[in-house]
Design a binder for this molecule. Structure first.
Ligand code: AMP
Length: 543
């Protein structure tokens, strides 16, 4: 027997419809790319997203066509999220930090018909425009007064383009499984691969973001996604915000400590999200100006890389801001787990709580997790056994765009995350490492992430990376690479002694190299492949 409930499709357009209807007066505040702070409301964004849809229809854009964006977090990008997907086209957010060759590859692979670009990226696009074979024209996201001279073919000004359009547009009644947006993974090897989200997966993921045990977004919050809108949909916040009517603050191109602090303070942001490197910048700024506090901020979501214990403690103890450690991947829309405490943890001593908070958290409803050994046998959820982390669920990819990478699911629809993790009896998952980064020493595995987190706990260490280096006896041994804090000093011996107090003796790195910088991927993760290439053949003192 079938249920007798309405089969209304879950569509992205329904989110902005809801925001307009029930939260039309709520503000969206942006640091614009041109400089000034811009303010308007969901009602304004709603009208302008319909103008975007009409402009695209005027270009002859049809359902399923890909439209690229190279843009910061601002209100105009927000309008594109709704205008493009709402009218049935596919929003393709391109990461502008990729190398020009990779951007060329991605735009051609996606067959983008038009690209919307912030002023910042016009020179970058001018360099590669003659290689972008499918692009018919460019829309520069600014007004006439700031429109640059450009060699981009068929370039038009965003404000002029949409200013001419009607704000009446009937969103099409799409199939909820239709493609809505596309984001390429910043693979450290091989070409980037496209993850194609659907309207349904996006709306379901938004519900999860709004749950209290998820990220807890609601109409009571002022939310600032510092995580870029070109990284896995700014972790779903753009859609979840419209679903719940949260006030949004968009930081534009200002990702440095002082710029972020200014918006947190002036706009009374209560919830904000970004990768650890961004928070490192904010904490450094706050420490340098010791009178600055975070009185409005209630919660900070840290994900994308492991949040070090020292960072969690700094937010919670020094600034009274609760940390939610989160884990996910582009392939997962991206949220998989969040590190909220369970009821039974309330009132426990902080030392016990922090042991839970450093873990990446518990699965959201909708995400199945398991860990397996190399033969695919499921491992116990005892917090000790670690193995390859597999996931499945309605907002997890089925396969990459155009079949790149072949079949990515096993017979039971499990997707291999490439992470190695433990699961404990309370359901908390902890990432031990990327499977490619784990250090294999004499048959034992050493977690590079654990060592890095311990190293940054030393007051003289700003950033740390640990890689495995070949060793004649142990196969591989850990090498610690360190950037020192400005003005701080520490010797190799002191650091190793410090590490020896934190981890088992056999896990202590064999050597330390002090460096001025460490390579990162376009999404801010340590680029370990490059480090391994650079230190291939490095002679450890123990070798
Ligand atoms: P991306 O698709 O670029 O967001 O990368 C996803 C990968 O980032 C995951 O598979 C993890 O390896 C890593 N990652 C994300 N969040 C965390 C976290 N909280 N702790 C450790 N690694 C993380």
């Amino acid at each position: 027997m079938r249920g007798l409930m309405q089969d209304r499709p879950l569509l992205i357009s329904s989110l902005i419809e809801y925001a307009n209807q029930y939260h039309g007066d709520v503000e969206l505040v942006s640091r614009s790319v041109e400089g000034p702070i811009h303010r308007y409301t969901y009602a304004d964004a709603y009208k302008r997203s319909k103008q975007v849809a009409n402009a695209l229809a005027g270009f002859g854009v049809r359902e399923g066509d890909r439209i690229g964006t190279l843009a910061w977090n601002t209100y105009r990008h927000f309008e594109l999220y709704y205008g493009i997907s709402g009218m049935g086209a596919v929003l393709h957010t391109i990461n502008p930090r990729l190398f020009p060759d990779q951007i060329t590859y991605i735009a051609n692979h996606a067959e983008d018909r038009f690209i919307f670009t912030d002023l910042t990226f016009v020179p970058l696009l001018e360099q590669i425009a003659d290689k972008l074979t499918s692009v018919e024209g460019y829309v520069v996201m600014t007004d006439e007064a700031n429109m640059p001279e450009t060699s981009l073919p068929n370039a038009v000004c965003y404000e002029t383009l949409i200013g001419k359009q009607s704000a009446d547009f009937d969103w099409p009644k799409l199939d909820e499984s239709a493609a809505s947006s596309l984001c390429y993974t910043s693979g450290t090897t091989g070409n980037p691969k496209g993850v194609m989200y659907s309207h349904r997966s996006t709306v379901l993921h938004s519900f999860a973001v709004c749950t209290i045990d998820g990220i807890g977004m609601s109409s009571h919050e002022v939310v600032m996604p510092v995580v870029p809108m070109f990284h896995a949909n700014a972790w779903g916040t753009i859609y979840a915000a419209a679903m719940c009517g949260a006030k949004m603050v968009f930081p534009g191109a200002g990702m440095d400590g002082p710029s972020i602090y200014q918006l947190l303070d002036e706009e009374k942001v209560s919830l904000t999200l970004a990768v650890p490197t961004v928070w490192l910048g904010l904490l450094q700024h706050l420490r340098a100006e010791s009178n600055k506090k975070l009185p409005y901020m209630q919660r900070v979501v840290i994900g994308g890389s492991a949040a070090p214990q020292s960072m969690i403690e700094a937010f919670e103890k020094d600034y009274d801001v609760q940390v939610i450690h989160a884990w996910g991947m582009t392939e997962m829309s991206p949220l998989g787990t969040t590190g909220n405490m369970r009821a039974k943890h309330a009132g426990r001593p902080y030392d016990e709580q922090i042991a839970v908070k450093v873990k990446q958290g518990r699965a959201l409803y909708g995400v199945d997790l398991k860990i397996v050994d190399d033969d695919g046998n499921e491992l116990p959820r005892d917090g000790v056994a670690f193995g390859r982390l597999l996931v499945r669920g309605p907002w997890i990819t089925n396969g990459y765009f155009k079949g790149e990478g072949g079949d990515v699911l096993d017979a039971d629809s499990w997707f291999d995350t490439g992470d190695v993790a433990t699961l404990d009896p309370d359901g908390y998952m902890q990432i031990t490492d990327r499977s490619k980064d784990v250090i294999k020493s004499g048959g034992e595995w050493i977690s590079s992430i654990d060592l890095e987190n311990d190293a940054v706990g030393h007051p003289a260490v700003q950033e740390a990376a640990v890689i495995g280096v070949a060793h004649p006896k142990w196969d591989e041994r850990p090498l610690l690479l360190v950037i020192k804090q400005d003005g701080a000093d520490v010797s190799k011996e002191e650091l190793l002694e410090y590490m020896a107090g934190k981890v088992a003796k056999w896990q202590v790195p064999d050597d330390v190299v002090f460096v001025d910088e460490l390579p990162h991927t376009a999404t801010g993760k340590l680029l370990k492949t490059k480090l391994r290439d650079e230190y291939e053949g490095y002679r450890l003192p123990t070798a």
